[in-house]
Ligand binder design. Structure first.
Ligand code: FES
Length: 320
């Protein structure tokens, strides 16, 4: 009853989409989505993306004040005053006419898909531990073996790795030929995810050793080596619905850092490298050499800890 007395309704037109009455306590995003307007809203309305941008065509004076999150976004993208975030903007006075900015013909199918992803996991900010793995010296292996044998070896190895990753609370986000990218900590604290990532990698090295001895060396005259890099940080995690199946997405700056750390395993000739952020959360910190490194495309240098071993192929030992 009291709510109804405080709440006022105003007319809003979302040009090319819909026209309706909006309650003063509903953000334009929320009201628009309820009316079936296919707003993009990757962060779920928390001012952590900029995909719900709107252009205010009329009635700017009838909108709520720009809040700090919006001001930061306007500054970052150098947006004019009449570009607002629909998730942060309320209609407080008379009529308003706005236009969605980030729109194209895929909006409606995407909007409908997002609606049917069960837990509405279209984007959540999380602190995750990220792992990149790459098979070393893969090109010569491909050159000297039949394509289907190569697929068999990768499949076999990744099958076992996937199991180990899952047992440690991780998920494979992507595989690409000779590499994979996994994230840990969906159900764990940051500290747990760092510890589980490191013990997962140890298990993977053990498993690889077993496969090398029992299988790869025996049948392919080849020892497989891997390089692994890990880092943790705040990322956006969500689902992407492809052919009706949800695929895990994890994106953000820490992902690039983890990938760059993995790249450095070659230069530093060490099979497993973690950032200081991961190392400092480990319950049992192994004695390890460290190195302050500039990562490609990353502004500040990173202190890295070398937890693995030298590669055999870099030691000059024959791998076949
Ligand atoms: S939905 Fe992400 S900023 Fe509005």
């Amino acid at each position: 009853m009291i709510d109804d007395m405080v709440r006022t309704y105003h007319h809003i037109t979302i040009i090319n989409d819909a026209s309706f009455l909006i309650g003063s306590d509903d953000s334009i995003l929320k009201a628009g989505l309820n009316k079936g307007v296919p707003f993009c809203c990757e962060c779920g309305g928390r001012a952590r993306c900029s995909t719900c941008r709107i252009l205010v065509v009329e009635g700017e004076e009838n909108l709520s004040e720009t809040n700090t999150a919006e001001k930061n976004m306007q500054k970052y993208f150098e947006l004019p005053r009449n570009v607002r975030l629909a998730c942060q903007t309320y209609v407080k006075g008379g009529a308003v006419r706005i236009k969605r900015i980030m729109n194209d013909e895929s909006d409606y199918p995407l909007y409908l898909r997002n609606k049917i992803i069960k837990d509405e996991n279209i984007g959540k900010e999380m602190r995750l531990c990220l792992l990149f793995l790459d098979i070393r010296n893969f090109t010569p292996f491909v050159e000297h073996n039949l394509a289907f044998d190569v697929i068999h070896v990768v499949r076999k190895m990744f099958y076992h790795f996937e199991e180990i990753i899952r047992e440690h609370g991780g998920k494979i986000v992507e595989t690409a030929g000779d590499g994979l990218y996994a994230a840990f900590g969906f159900e764990d604290t940051t500290k747990e995810s760092a510890n589980k990532t490191v013990s997962c990698v140890k298990e993977m090295f053990k498993e690889l050793k077993r496969l090398n001895e029992l299988y790869f060396k025996k049948y392919f005259k080849q020892e497989i080596e891997i390089g692994v890099g890990a880092h943790l940080g705040k990322v956006a995690a969500g689902d992407l619905l492809l052919q009706g199946n949800p695929h895990q997405l994890v994106m953000g700056y820490p992902v690039n850092v983890a990938a760059r750390i993995q790249d450095l395993t070659k230069k530093l000739n060490n099979s497993f490298i973690v950032s200081k952020d991961v190392y400092e959360l480990l319950e049992e910190r192994p004695r390890a050499a460290n190195s302050l490194e500039n990562l490609k495309g990353v502004e500040e240098p990173f202190l890295l800890y070398l937890l693995g071993e030298q590669f055999n192929y870099q030691k000059g030992l024959p791998s076949r």
